[in-house]
Design a protein around this ligand. Structure first.
Ligand code: NAP
Length: 341
């Protein structure tokens, strides 16, 4: 049995923790926050097209805080909380676990979160400490939500998880990075997830997969959020539909300037039309950024938009439309963060 720690037991966390539990190869320790009492007392109901239905499911262990989870070593530490570094960085959240790692640890981190550059602060920490611990990075193509006050998680339609290992950038000290260990951990995680009934897809370049995903998030999610509208409502307004394509074109330019040539070639111009045409014009879908705003929760602005802009600045690619979007969302985010205090 392998021990896996999951930090962030929301919609994504629950689906993948449940899959790992079903694999019968894993004991999951779930760090819950606001849903601790609900899960520890009643368990979770899952209604999923992919992994089926269950009621009152509890992971092997439910704890309230990362400190409590740091009483043992883990094969994998999975982060499935929203990525909002404006509140807490990943190394800060994982502090009690990170402080127990040694150069011999066989642990890997797994980031199941949207965004660009979300691995950077954790990788910097690991480098500084001289640790070879690999970071696996995952892009979830899934639609899942925690509902009913966190008592139920629903998942409708298909599911796919592009998984790869993060390669430290050329600007970082990569002397401790062990590609062999990273590959071995990636294989092991994919096997366990596969036995649990989900669809992990190992990819050669996870950054390319992340850029492909952020094309949607940085355009549809942001414009739906700023206009407080569904995907269908945005597509129904020609100037808004045009703006979506123009923002995607900016993100695409940054992606191509950032990625190695081979990976950049996987993102041709036609990808923009493909993504837009794939949407149902009558879609009533609200991106999670908008849902967070409607609930007064901080949004993943830095991870999704700020991350693209940092890379744009590094490669000197202009992004005037995305800059404007970032400015608007940052004002809203400031209000959300102040309201939280
Ligand atoms: N849901 C989807 O369909 C989907 C699809 C693709 C990608 N994603 C990405 O997956 C990630 C997770 O999204 P989600 O939809 O699963 O979010 P979610 O349902 O809001 O769940 C996040 C969970 O993390 C917990 N959490 C936040 N900070 C924490 C901390 N410091 N320590 C412990 N727990 C913490 C939250 O607890 P509280 O309730 O206390 O805040 C919540 O239970 C995001 O990056 C999202 O963009 C989601």
């Amino acid at each position: 049995m392998e021990d896996v720690c999951l930090v962030g037991f929301g919609a994504i966390g629950a689906i993948y923790a449940y899959a790992l539990d079903r694999s019968s190869k894993v004991r999951v320790t779930a760090v819950c926050r606001s849903n601790y009492s609900t899960i520890s007392e009643n368990g979770l109901e899952i209604i999923s097209d992919k992994v089926g239905r269950c009621s009152s499911w509890k992971p092997y262990r439910v704890v309230r805080a990362v400190e409590e989870a740091a009483d043992r070593t883990y094969s994998f530490i999975i982060c499935a909380m929203k990525c909002v570094p404006e509140i807490l960085s990943t190394p800060t959240i994982l502090g009690p676990i990170l402080s127990k790692l040694t150069p011999d640890s066989e642990t890997a981190f797994v980031l199941l979160q949207n965004g660009i550059g979300i691995e950077d602060d954790l990788q910097t920490y690991l480098n500084k400490k001289g640790l070879k611990t690999p970071i696996l990075s995952g892009c979830c193509w899934i639609d899942t939500t925690a509902v009913n006050g966190g008592k139920t998680v629903t998942q409708y339609g298909t599911e796919r998880l592009a998984l790869g290992y993060h390669v430290p950038s050329v600007h970082e000290d990569s002397s401790n990075f062990s590609e062999n260990l990273a590959k071995q951990k990636l294989d092991s995680l994919c096997n366990m997830l596969h036995s649990g009934g989900v669809t992990p897809e190992p990819v050669d370049d996870i950054d390319a997969a992340r850029w492909r995903k952020v094309l949607w998030n940085a355009s549809f999610s942001t414009i739906c959020t700023l206009s407080r509208s569904t995907v269908g409502d945005v597509l129904a307004v020609p100037s808004a539909k045009l703006a979506i394509a123009q923002v995607m074109a900016e993100v695409l330019s940054v992606a191509r300037a950032t990625l190695p040539e081979k990976a950049a070639a996987t993102l041709p111009d036609t990808v923009i039309k493909q993504i837009i045409d794939h949407e149902n014009p009558g879609s009533t879908f609200k991106p999670s950024m908008l849902v967070d705003l409607e609930h007064g929760r901080p949004m993943e602005v830095e991870a999704i938009v700020g991350g693209v802009l940092k890379r744009a600045s590094a490669v000197a690619v202009p992004t005037p439309r995305l800059d404007l979007i970032y400015a608007g969302l940052s004002v809203i985010q400031k209000g959300l963060l102040e309201h939280r205090q």
